[in-house]
Design a protein around this ligand. Structure first.
Ligand code: PGA
Length: 246
């Protein structure tokens, strides 16, 4: 299975910076042996769709609505994303769970809506520092994953999972390869109980992954790629992570 390296730009970028970044990434991944995607803010989908034309760079969104259409001011539907060539959509990122009140049930619905539209959801799960310190890591991550499995049934083998310990996101503090592998193995086992195709579900690690630590994380048997925030905004760093995935 090819690894997937997905950049999560979050609420960063502008037309000029995106242009330079995407051109450098497109050039840098000409012979990449892994799948590469960038999840960009919705207003830049059209720009990046044009910039990536003809390359193997895949386009992703950072969220989508759980509703199909209608009176949901500010929301973006799966069908709209699809019109801009979106292949992946992050759902349930901890920043959405934390600042926008997304529950396990909403996240599960979003994954379902994405799959129905032919978009691969990158479903984020992960514990907070308080939860880890209270010894609740496994319980929390299992609960988050169980909601998505329950709502998506046999389609679950079509999703991508991202294990992102909240305490590692944007903090410069990464899970050790062993800590990450332990959680990835747990998620794999949970998926195996739900589908015979669990081995083809990519489970990404996210949380301060960078050019220096990517290789040791990606060498773990159940780490199938990375969801990269800060380091995806600088082409040389992002490209080094991509090289480490090959
Ligand atoms: P980070 O973000 O790489 O900046 O820690 C990862 C993420 O939030 O997806």
């Amino acid at each position: 299975m090819k690894k997937l390296i997905a950049g999560n730009w979050k609420m960063n970028g502008n037309l000029a910076a995106n242009d330079a970044l995407v051109r450098a990434v497109v050039w840098g991944i000409r012979e990449a042996a892994c799948t590469v995607a960038v999840c960009v803010p919705a207003p830049y989908l059209a720009q990046v769709q044009m910039l990536r034309a003809g390359s193997q760079l895949e386009l992703g969104a950072q969220d989508l609505s759980q509703h199909e259409q209608g009176a949901y001011t500010g929301e973006v539907s799966a069908a709209m994303l699809k019109e801009f060539g979106v292949r992946y959509a992050i759902v349930g990122h901890s920043e959405r769970r934390q600042y926008h009140g997304e529950t396990d049930a909403v996240v599960a619905e979003k994954a379902k809506v994405a799959l129905a539209a032919g978009i691969t959801p990158i479903v984020c799960v992960g514990e907070t520092l308080a939860e880890r310190e209270a010894g609740r890591t496994e319980e929390v991550v299992k609960r988050q994953m169980a909601a998505v499995i329950h709502t998506n049934g046999h389609c679950i083998s079509e999703i991508v999972v991202a294990y992102e310990p909240v305490w590692a996101i944007g903090t410069g503090r990464t899970a050790t390869p062993e800590q990450a592998q332990q959680m990835h193995a747990l998620l794999r086992a949970q998926l195996k109980a739900a589908t015979e195709h669990a081995d083809r579900v990519r489970i990404l690690y996210g949380g301060s992954m960078n050019a220096g630590n990517a290789a040791s994380l990606l060498a773990q048997s159940d780490i199938d790629g990375g969801l990269i925030g800060g380091a995806s905004l600088k082409a040389p760093d992002f490209l080094q992570i991509i090289a480490a995935a090959a």
